[in-house]
Design a protein around this ligand. Sequence first.
Ligand code: HEM
Length: 404
Amino acid sequence: MSESHPFSPPSFFRDPYPTYHRMRAERPVYWDEELGEWVLTRYLDVAAALRDARFSSDRTTAFMAGVPEELREAMIPFARMRANLMPLTDAPRHTRLRAPIEKAFAKGIVDARRAHAQGLVERAIDAAVQRGRLDLMNDLAFPLAAETIDALLGVPPADHDRIQGWAIDFERALAGGVPTVEALRAADAALFGLAGYLRGLVAERQAAPQNDLIGALVAAEGDGDALAGDELVGTCLVLLFANEGTTPTLLTLGMLALLRHPEQARRLRDDPTLIRAATDEMMRYDGPTQMLWRVTAGAVTFDGVTIPAGQRVNLVLGAANRDPARFPAPDRFDPARADKRHLGFGFGIHGCVGSALARMEAEIAIEALLRRLPGLRVAIPDDELDWHRTMGLRQLNALPLVWQ
Ligand code: HEM
């Protein structure tokens, strides 16, 4: 991306909202020549696109079209693997992939992880008290999210670093515009490394039942709608990836919003029952997933502008969540706000399956931090915060905190 693009300067990663406000006011539906995509920023348009089947989630055909000719043949297994990743599929395939996971989450697997998550949080704070400092992102949020999803799925903790290595290689390889040959080879290797590992976990559970999510999905084999081998592996992969960057960020940016609004932090500490409503406002005000992509399966018209079929569309959730036409005084962080219908977890058939898990972790951690570390504040000035430069995902590389 060129330096003159509005999504490029460091100031955009620090605070993207002035840019979003400008785009929404000046050209809410526009073709971005440089990114080769349409960009939508109004709440109503983004919400409409999320529930409109003409906005397809199957980005594989478009992705393969960008793959250099000489690699296309070799990338076919990669494309097949993508067909098992539920965020990249449309109905009816999507319905089939999603049903067993929805069923599993409805069975209380999130509540069953609550005590474990509480223990992890209390121990991370104990260690921080001993050290006298806490990097919220790396000392608490990342390990909490990783250990919770591992325990839920049934991934041995000792294997986590290996898994994270593959996930990082994969994301790094595909970050940026049209992938290079080397990037595609690296992404391919990472994805197949991880898939091979997960296949091993599935095989173990086929040999001997286990009481975890992979075990439950394996045990459902034989049901009419149970997932077959590669579908199961694809689903585990999605659950690991979908959690990795997002859940730690909800906790970190949520806490940052509270520390920038000390009167709200005090209210929450005095009345922890407000945490549920506060989490929704954190998601609206500065949520992890800022952008989602779709491809038009047919021509669609918004406000007299027609988006032709086969075009990539960027749905800017972060801009929709600050749309003044939907949320009065949208730049105000107000945990008591009555309207909770933000789009931070998406909306429609692809709406987040794991939102209850992410909320549970953020709520437990924020309640404990406010209770145990009085006078908590950010240890460095605002302009020294280190923002990750990833399109579509908002993330801090670290959040150093101090307390009295
Ligand atoms: C704060 C944390 C999280 C945020 C902000 C978030 C955000 C989102 C968003 C915006 C979508 C919609 C994607 C789309 O429409 O293309 C989504 C889907 C999804 N999320 Fe999350 N997510 C979070 C945590 C989690 C966790 C913890 C899990 C799993 C344990 C998870 C699993 C999924 C899955 C499987 C989908 C795909 C659903 C589908 O395609 O039908 N997410 N998430």
